[in-house]
Design a protein. Structure first.
Length: 142
């Protein structure tokens, strides 16, 4: 059995999975009408001009950026940390006490309302849960 079939990706050996419903979560916006208009204008400009990250950084208003891969990796990592906290039966208040990170900030991290936590923050959360984050250098799949 090849690795793709074993992982349920392809082939006759792959089991059919039930379709799951996608649940969308909508939150009320706390933006002013002027902020909403500015963001809409920015999105329209980005779609029209498609500026590079370097151009956005050069023109100001943006201090840094991350690739989509980095963004997805970070959110996957935060999801794993949340599941571990829940598995251990810890509340956000208990984790906040262990990490000395504000409970509201932890909540924003877990609910993806903070898109760019520092590595120090992620390491502190992992350490408080008795886990460590391991990074390794690997060959690029080119």
């Amino acid at each position: 059995m090849d690795h793709q079939a074993r992982n349920g990706l392809r082939g006759a050996a792959a089991k059919k999975k039930k379709k799951t419903a996608v649940r969308h979560e909508f939150r009320a916006s706390s933006r002013t009408a002027a902020e909403t208009a500015r963001l809409r204008a920015d999105r329209e400009r980005y779609q029209r001009e498609k500026p590079s990250p370097e151009q956005l950084l050069a023109e100001g208003g943006h201090t840094e950026f991350m690739t989509m891969g980095q963004y997805i990796f970070l959110h996957d990592l935060m999801s794993q940390l949340r599941k571990e906290r829940e598995r251990q039966g810890l509340t956000l208040a208990q984790l906040a006490k262990r990490t000395k990170i504000d409970q509201a900030a932890l909540s924003r991290l877990e609910t993806r309302n903070n898109a760019n936590p520092t590595l120090d923050t992620v390491y502190r959360i992992a350490d408080a849960l008795g886990k460590r984050i391991r990074c390794e250098l690997a060959e690029a799949g080119r």
